[in-house]
Write a protein that binds this ligand. Structure first.
Ligand SMILES: [Fe+2]
Length: 386
């Protein structure tokens, strides 16, 4: 019998009849493959392929496998592509996704029907990117421009949510829906008057009430479009808080779904680490500390800690200071969260730029990271180096 399964369910002993992917993405000479060792599963994961058709007459079925040697799943093998390679793809995806979101929000503003189908391929590519290297998407989320913030924030939240969901071992379909939810989560902002949405200062009482309506507007714009409950939860619950002080429904604790609790953390993290018309970007490490400080009142503390493990203590794209006075951008995480790979760009001792060069802190014997650094303090435009 031919059976369609997620590639995360692939096990040694199965026989693949076909893989759901384009020929140019196909990592084998032939699509009919006996899964004889873990490298076969690894190659499929590297190619970002999500579904396989298995022939249960020629190999094992999903339910058959109880062998301890067969517990290696595709999901266990990431990152299967180096961050430096995946970051280029993620950056291109981020740009394309921003255009798709901008068009979608413009349509919504003009009263046209929102085409959520157009977002499916974007969400799918995010899932595949996270499968290949779970750090790449998170590293490009900091590239934002003030005037495009609303669109870019949607894409960033989708990218961070995808990575967060993947790190928690949620299944592929859930991760896809989480990505979709992130992409549409602030669509209602398109109906908020521009003078409130882009006010170059803190919102006053009435203005804040107007801004808060964006969640209800999102609900109205997306109603009847067949979105999953997961995507709806990201959209409708990302401003709810564990202590009931959020909006729009003032839900508290377990009234907020697991996905809703995740989205609240991600939404705040991305907003704070972004440059806005009224504030500079917070540094990621400082922001993570604040998230801990604000939980459990605002956030699920366990989930915040999980999010920190997911991003690393020094998240990709953040600036750090070394004992030697050199400043570097985190370009790749390592098993040791305190020793990521860095691109050195500046020398704080002499107040001058360095010729950019990469250092693996695991191998650096004579230097160590002493702190997260603030790009604004050194007038460094990080986006130019990412
Ligand atoms: Fe929002």
């Amino acid at each position: 019998m031919i059976k369609k399964i997620s590639t995360s369910e692939l096990r040694i002993g199965m026989f693949i009849d076909d893989l759901e992917c384009e020929w140019d993405k196909h990592p084998f000479m032939n699509k009919k493959i006996s899964v004889s060792d873990s490298q076969v599963i690894q190659k499929i994961a590297s190619a970002g392929i999500r579904y396989a058709l298995i022939d249960t007459a020629l190999g094992s079925d999903v339910d058959d496998i109880a062998d301890a040697n067969s517990t290696e799943t595709a999901a266990n093998y990431a990152p299967s592509v180096e961050a430096s390679i995946e970051v280029d793809r993620a950056r291109a995806l981020y740009r394309e996704a921003t255009t798709v979101i901008r068009n979608m929000m413009e349509d919504a503003r003009l009263g046209k029907q929102v085409q959520v189908n157009a977002l499916e391929p974007v969400a799918e590519r995010m899932v595949q990117s996270a499968m290949r290297n779970h750090h790449a998407l998170t590293s490009v989320t900091r590239i934002k421009t003030k005037d495009e913030y609303t669109f870019m924030h949607c894409v960033s939240v989708a990218g961070l949510m995808t990575t967060f969901a993947r790190e928690q071992g949620l299944d592929d379909e859930t991760i896809h829906q989480v990505a979709l939810g992130g992409l549409v989560h602030d669509i209602g902002k398109t109906l908020v008057p521009d003078k409130v949405l882009n006010k170059p200062g803190k919102l006053e009482g009435d203005e804040f009430s107007v801004m808060k309506r964006h969640v209800d507007y999102s609900g109205e714009l997306l109603a009847g479009l067949g979105l999953s409950q997961i995507a709806i939860d990201v959209t409708m619950q990302h401003h709810e808080r564990m202590d009931g002080t959020g909006y729009p429904l003032k839900l508290s604790g377990e009234q907020i779904s697991h996905i809703g609790q995740m989205s609240a953390i991600v939404d705040v993290y991305d907003a704070l680490t972004s440059v806005r018309v009224y504030k500079s970007a917070w540094e990621p490490t400082q922001t993570l500390k604040k998230l801990i400080e604000w939980s459990p009142g605002h956030f699920n503390r366990d989930l915040v800690q999980h999010f920190i493990r997911c991003l690393g203590i020094y998240p990709m794209g953040s600036l750090v200071e070394l004992e030697s006075g050199l400043l570097g951008i985190v370009i790749e995480a390592s098993e040791d969260m305190l020793r990521p790979k860095l691109r050195i760009i500046y020398n704080a001792k002499y107040d001058r730029y360095e010729r950019p060069h990469d250092i693996d802190m695991v191998k650096a014997k004579n230097d160590r990271i002493i702190n997260a650094a603030l790009p604004a303090q050194y007038k460094i435009d990080l986006a130019a180096f990412l």
